[in-house]
Structure formats: C-alpha cells, structure tokens
Design a protein around this ligand. Sequence first.
Ligand SMILES: [Zn+2]
Length: 119
Amino acid sequence: MDTKEMVIQLVFTIVCCIATWTIAHLYYQRSKTVTPEWAKPLVEHFPEQEPTPEKLAQLFQEYLDVGDVEINPLLHRVVCPDCGESAKNFKKAGFGDDSHSIVTISCPNCGWSETVDVS
Ligand SMILES: [Zn+2]
C-alpha cells in the first residue's frame, strides 16, 4: 500500500465518520420533543396515568348528568361510529304500524345510518 492509497483511505474514513455523525445528529434533533409554550397548559392537563374503567365510567356519568352526552336509546351509542358526531344530533325516521315498526337512525354529519327493528 503506497502513501497515496493510505491518504485516500484515511480521507474516506474521515468523510464516512462525518457523514454518520451528521445523520445521527439530524435524527436526534428531529426526535427531540420540546413542548411549545402554548401547549404546556394542555399537556399538564393530561392525566399522568391511563384512567381506570371506574374513572372513565365516573366521568361519563358526570357528562350524562350535565347533558353533554346523550345515549341513543335504540342504538346504545353516544357518538357516530364513523365521524364521532354526538348522538344528540342523530336524525330519526320511522315507519310501520301498531305492531311493527322500523326506525332508521342517521348521522347528519356523514350520512352513516342504522336501521333498527322495534317491533
Ligand atoms: Zn357521522
């Protein structure tokens, strides 16, 4: 191996090192999450741990009591399965006679609907 070859190898090694470091550094910079000032109150509001089913049920009951949530009595849903629209806004259309009737409940937002037999 002559001197020229050695120099080329050395330069190549240095260039590779710089490239690797640069890529790693860029990825590190990108993955660093810094909470912006405006988002801090929101982030601090998040619960530290995942709420338990009991806590969720309790919160749900609270929202039910204040009327923010309504359970659709026929579908037992609180929101549209497709778009999340509140069940309070569901539209209801029914037809039938005294012994048998069919009710179609639809979402005014996305058009999702479900037909229920309420005989
Ligand atoms: Zn919908």
